[in-house]
Design a protein around this ligand. Structure first.
Ligand SMILES: N[C@@H](CCC[C@H](N)C(=O)O)C(=O)O
Length: 278
């Protein structure tokens, strides 16, 4: 479904990766219709469609497509691992390929469909430099001056990972918002709470910047796996249990690979009335 806004409305797709849910607009033909106001209105689960992130497919030169991400509060995000996997799956089907390349704010990424049907994306190398994450200058990302000794990792978006005794018994909404808005993070941050539950096996719960609690956060899962390895808790190939299921992370020479299921739930069209009300 290659869609552009028409007189009869704006077609979109609803997808999710482990319950991290997305509205996807295929704007390869026609103008990108998304504004912060449209993102907020569409993201409203009562008056709009509802999503954790909005993803917009645009044409690309030198890659199969370009992908932009928005949060439900109308802010932009530089990365979204689960939406990348879902849209890559859709584009592989569209193009009749079993791998695709895409451009995001952080550069070119690649995705492949595995023999078992799971979709893997290479999220690129983790960013550990304070200025690039970004973390306020003068702070060591590996030991931030916050209670719980968290570690900051960039995956094209900022993450702050706390290792806790039992991530299951923790409410991300109790601690997440204060960390998201802490002045240590000039662009705010996503916040992960993780515990080791077995050899190379982590449990993680997330508070996402611009969205709140979600059932899975792909880039957050990658950041958590990197942080666990840097802290000496795990190797570089780990399973991460999130609220919506399990993701497999493999930190290789060429980047951090994330693998899991994708779902394309339905296609629909925003009415001209909804679009005119913005
Ligand atoms: N759910 C995502 C991350 C979405 C972006 C994030 N909220 C941000 O603002 O950086 C994922 O799967 O990576």
């Amino acid at each position: 479904m290659n869609t552009a806004r028409t007189a009869s409305g704006l077609p979109f797709m609803k997808m999710h990766g482990l319950g991290n849910d997305f509205v996807v607009i295929d704007a390869r033909e026609g103008d990108d219709p998304v504004t912060p106001a449209l993102a907020r209105a569409l993201g409203d689960r009562h008056r709009g469609v509802g999503f954790d992130q909005l993803a917009v497919i645009r044409p690309a030169q030198g890659a199969d497509f370009t992908l932009d991400f928005w949060n439900s509060d109308g802010s932009r995000a530089g990365a979204c691992g689960n939406a990348t996997r879902c849209v890559s799956d859709y584009m592989m089907r569209q193009l009749g390929q079993d791998r695709v390349t895409l451009l995001t704010e952080r550069g070119e990424l690649g995705a492949v469909r595995r023999a078992d049907g799971m979709v893997s994306v290479n999220m690129g190398a983790p960013i550990l430099d304070a200025a690039q994450i970004p973390v306020l200058p003068g702070n060591d990302p590996a030991h931030l001056p916050l209670e719980g000794d968290p570690i900051a990792v960039g995956m094209g978006n900022p993450h702050c990972v706390f290792f806790v005794e039992d991530a299951n018994s923790l409410d991300p909404a109790a601690r997440g918002p204060a960390v998201e808005h802490d002045p240590l993070f000039p662009e705010r941050t996503n916040v992960e709470f993780a515990s080791l539950i077995g050899p190379d096996h982590l449990r993680m719960r997330v508070w996402e910047r611009g969205t709140g609690i979600t059932l899975a956060c792909g880039s957050g899962t990658c950041a958590t796996a990197v942080a666990a390895n840097l802290r000496g808790l795990t190797g570089k190939h780990v399973l991460v249990d999130v609220d919506g299921g399990q993701l497999e992370i493999d930190w290789r020479e060429d980047g951090v690979w994330m693998t899991g299921p994708t779902a394309h739930v339905f296609d629909a069209t925003l009415t001209p009335e909804f679009l005119a009300s913005l």
